[in-house]
Design a protein around this ligand. Structure first.
Ligand SMILES: [Zn+2]
Ligand SMILES: [Zn+2]
Length: 143
């Protein structure tokens, strides 16, 4: 099991098993949400995900793919915890945990992205991640 928490500890999440995929995303939305040039995301099936503590604040919008995306964040310390989007392959939902909220010091090592998406937006001073599949757009066919 992997767990994650916000800065203030008001929200704690967990999930079982291995992630479906770890994705590095250069899209404009991730840029605003993370404050950096890209985001790191751990995608898991909805049924593996558990909200252990707290009730995050929600905000829903239409993502770059045209699908609805809901983001969940702590309304006290503002840490963005995860988002939820439609799983186009089975009609369910995918929970996209922001990898950096995972509590284990090794979480970012263990969840190295294997897929890099929206590479057309990548800034010139960030190099492609060696070994990761590169997708110019949403890369939805690779997930
Ligand atoms: Zn918090
Ligand atoms: Zn993104």
């Amino acid at each position: 099991m992997q767990t994650g928490r916000c800065i203030c500890g008001g929200i704690i999440i967990s999930f079982e098993g291995r992630p479906m995929v770890n994705v590095l995303c250069h899209c404009g939305v991730c840029r605003k949400l993370s404050g950096g040039p890209y985001s790191t995301n751990t995608c898991i099936p909805e049924q593996e995900f558990k909200l252990e503590k707290g009730i995050p604040k929600e905000y829903q919008f239409t993502g770059g793919s045209g699908n609805s995306v809901t983001i969940y964040f702590c309304d006290i310390c503002s840490t963005l915890m995860y988002s939820k989007c439609a799983n186009v392959t089975n009609g369910g939902f995918i929970i996209v945990v922001k990898t950096g909220v995972l509590s284990d010091q090794n979480a970012l090592e263990e969840n190295q992205p294997v897929l890099e998406i929206f590479t057309r937006n990548r800034v010139s001073w960030v190099q492609p991640l060696a070994g990761a599949t590169q997708a110019e757009g949403s890369g939805s066919s690779q997930i």
